[in-house]
Each structure stands twice: as structure tokens, then as C-alpha cells.
Ligand binder design. Structure first.
Ligand SMILES: [Zn+2]
Length: 258
């Protein structure tokens, strides 16, 4: 384990059992909700949602959450359940049933989850924290494989951190590769990504970040996104709008002192 990956790693989105929760409560802002007896629903557009997510990623220490954003309705639906911490990993689970229900009604879905801050993070730790874990990529592939097939279906995944939003999705080529494979279970995929030769292995990403030296964190996040992209899986980083005006280590200072 490198010195970045042996610290607390936040944010893996994993499959859960079924809680049977079907009560929805409207809220005005995206929040962390650890009550599994109801789900929060927020009506606001994607960029307005980012303002909440930026705030949550800086202030919700070690607190995870996940949502689905429906662009056509400008609607956020909380999907995370059983948020928790185990060994050195913070995680949030989602229910496949909720995704199935949303997929039946909507042809454009964005899966979101949060990578909250931990006070022990260094600047490079925060860059690492901005990236989707191997488990996150595995979840995205498993969910993509659940999509009703057809060209007019859009599905992408995004993870939010203090610096911005990192999007990861299967390309058209990737959809062919992964949907034609017979074993698309979460566990084998996650294990594949932990292989030292795989680009999604956490140590390879940590090594890359350390090699970027004094580059500013926003540029480092973009460099990691490029490193994680190939012809099957694309990863793109977009800083929050206010980060563009302040692309330097002040961001880290601000995040940690809050
Ligand atoms: Zn994650």
C-alpha cells in the first residue's frame, strides 16, 4: 500500500440488499440522510445540485451519500442506504431495485455519490479522494449492464469531492465489451481492478498522483482522469465553477480549516 492508499479511503458505492423503503420526502437541498426509513427527493438542476455537493464534500467529514439525478425532470433521488465505515473504507450502498424502478421510467440517469473529506488528508490525498475507486468503476459497469439495451439510453456515473466532479462511464465500445461478457458481478470486477497490472488499481493511481509533483490540484485531477480513461471507459474531471477562479493550494486550506 502506498502512503496515499493506506489512509482512510472514502467512498465506494456498492450493491446492497433490499431495505423495502418506498417513502419519499421532498427537501430543498441535498443532504446526508442516514435514516433508511425514507428517501430524500430534491428538485433543482444539476449545477445547483453541485453547490450542495461542494458544500457537503467539505463539511460532511466521513459521511457518505448517493443519489440519482434525472436530467429531464431536474430531480435528485437519494439512493444511498446503509452508509457506513469498515476497516479503512467508508462506503455507501445502493439498492438495485431502486435503480430498476428508475430505469423503467427514465432514459437518462446520472448516478452520483459523494467522497467526503477526512481531516487526515494531504493535498495529494484530496486529489486521490477526487477519483472513482475500482469498486466505483465496477458498480458503474454492473449498473450499465442492467440498462434496458438500446441506443437511446443514457447512463453515466459521477463522484463529487472538494475539487469538483469526476464523471466515469462506458463508451459505446465499452458497452459492447462489458455487456457481452458473462461474468459481470461486482466482486470479480472489483477484484480485477485490484490486480497490480490494472490501471484502476489504487496503488497505480496513487503513484501517478505523487509523480505529478507541484502541479496544482485541479490539473492533477484532470491528469488522473486522463490516466483512468481508455477506449472502453472514459473518465472526465470538471472543477466546481468557483474552483476555476482559485486553482491552487488555497482550496485545500479552505477545505481543511472549515
Ligand atoms: Zn466512491
Amino acid at each position: 500500500m502506498s502512503r496515499l492508499t493506506n489512509k482512510l479511503i472514502s467512498g465506494t458505492l456498492i450493491l446492497a440488499g433490499i431495505t423495502g423503503c418506498s417513502r419519499y420526502v421532498n427537501q430543498s437541498n441535498l443532504e446526508i440522510n442516514h435514516q433508511n426509513s425514507y428517501r430524500e427527493v430534491v428538485f433543482k438542476d444539476e449545477l445547483q445540485g453541485w453547490e450542495d455537493l461542494e458544500n457537503l464534500s467539505r463539511n460532511s467529514i466521513d459521511q457518505e451519500e448517493a443519489w440519482v439525478y434525472l436530467p429531464n425532470e431536474k430531480k435528485w433521488v437519494e439512493t444511498g442506504v446503509k452508509e457506513g465505515k469498515r476497516k479503512n473504507e467508508i462506503y455507501v450502498e445502493y439498492e438495485p431495485l431502486v435503480f430498476h424502478q428508475l430505469m423503467l421510467k427514465h432514459k437518462d440517469l446520472v448516478s452520483y455519490h459523494l467522497h467526503p473529506i477526512n481531516k487526515a488528508y494531504t493535498s495529494d490525498g484530496l486529489v486521490y479522494n477526487a477519483t472513482p475507486s475500482g469498486g466505483d468503476i465496477a458498480t458503474m459497469i454492473v449498473l450499465s449492464n442492467e440498462l434496458p439495451h438500446g441506443k437511446n439510453f443514457k447512463f453515466t456515473s459521477k463522484v463529487c469531492s472538494v475539487y469538483g466532479v469526476m464523471e466515469y462511464y462506458l463508451t459505446e465500445e465499452g458497452r459492447k465489451v462489458y455487456t457481452s461478457s458473462s461474468s459481470l458481478d461486482y466482486v470479480p470486477l472489483k477484484n480485477l481492478f485490484n490486480n497490480p497490472d490494472n490501471r484502476y488499481n489504487p496503488d497505480n493511481r496513487a503513484r501517478l498522483i505523487l509523480s505529478l509533483g507541484n502541479m496544482n490540484p485541479i490539473e492533477k485531477c484532470s491528469a488522473v482522469a486522463d490516466f483512468l480513461s481508455n477506449e472502453d471507459i472514459k473518465v472526465k474531471f470538471t472543477p466546481y465553477p468557483d474552483m476555476k477562479e482559485e486553482p491552487n493550494n488555497q482550496v485545500l486550506k479552505k477545505a481543511i480549516t472549515k
